[in-house]
Design a protein around this ligand. Structure first.
Ligand code: IMP
Length: 193
C-alpha cells in the first residue's frame, strides 16, 4: 500500500514543491485536503522546536502519522540572520517583498554574500518523533531575479547554479533545495523501516 502522511503546513508553495519531488511515490495529504483549518504557531527560537510544534499540533488533532517542517535563511555576514525569524524578518505581516527589501538593505555594500537555507523536518510516526535536516548553500544577489517560487527565492542562487531559485522550475529547484534534501532523508527512513 502507498504510505501516506499528513503534511502540517498551510503554505501551498511548500506542499507543491514536495509533491513535485515525490512524483507520486508517496501520498502527502495537505491540511486543506485533510479538512484541517488551523493556524499553526511557530513561536520558538529554533527550527527544531517550531517543526516539532507543527507536527505535534496536527498529531494531537488527528492521531495520524504526520510531519511538519520549519525553514530559515542563514546569512553568514549577518550572524545567521534572519534564521528562525525568516518569515517575520520585516514584521508580523510576513510579507515576502518587505523581508527581501530588509535583507538587501542590511547587505548593501557588503561583498560577503554567503548564505544557506536550512530545513528541519519533524516526523511523528507511530507516536514517536524523528528529525531530518537538509541544507542548501548559496549566495544572496544584489537585486531580485525571477518571478517563481516564494519567500527569498528571487535573491538566492544555490551553489553550482547561475539561476536564482525564482528563475527555476520546481523540478530544477528540487535538485538543490534544502527542503528536497530533508524530504529525501525522510523517504529513505520510511523505506527502510
Ligand atoms: P517557515 O518555515 O514557514 O517558517 O518559513 C520561513 C520563511 O522562510 C518563509 O516565510 C519564507 O520567507 C522563507 N523560506 C522558507 N523556505 C524557503 C524557500 O525554499 N525559498 C525561499 N524562501 C523560503
Amino acid at each position: 500500500m502507498q504510505p501516506s502522511l499528513i503534511f502540517a503546513t498551510n503554505n501551498q508553495h511548500k506542499a507543491e514543491e514536495i509533491q513535485a519531488f515525490l512524483n507520486g511515490k508517496f501520498e502527502i495529504i495537505s491540511l486543506r485536503n485533510a479538512g484541517i483549518d488551523v493556524e499553526i504557531p511557530e513561536p520558538y527560537n529554533t527550527l527544531e522546536e517550531n517543526a516539532d510544534t507543527k507536527a505535534t499540533t496536527i498529531f494531537n488533532l488527528t492521531q495520524m502519522d504526520c510531519f511538519g517542517e520549519d525553514t530559515g535563511l542563514e546569512v553568514l555576514s549577518l550572524n545567521g540572520e534572519p534564521g528562525v525569524k525568516s518569515a517575520r524578518y520585516a514584521g508580523e505581516s510576513r510579507n515576502f517583498k518587505a523581508n527581501i527589501d530588509k535583507l538587501l538593505y542590511k547587505l548593501k555594500g557588503k561583498p560577503e554574500r554567503e548564505a544557506r537555507f536550512r530545513t528541519v523536518i519533524a516526523l511523528i510516526l507511530g507516536g514517536k518523533i524523528y528529525h531530518f535536516e537538509g541544507t542548501c548553500k548559496g549566495r544572496i544577489l544584489d537585486a531580485e531575479r525571477g518571478s517563481g517560487g516564494f519567500g527569498y527565492d528571487p535573491v538566492f542562487v544555490p551553489e553550482g547554479a547561475d539561476l536564482s531559485f525564482a528563475e527555476m522550475t520546481l523540478e530544477e529547484k528540487n535538485k538543490y533545495s534544502h527542503r528536497a534534501k530533508a524530504v529525501q532523508k525522510l523517504i529513505d527512513f520510511l523505506l527502510n523501516k
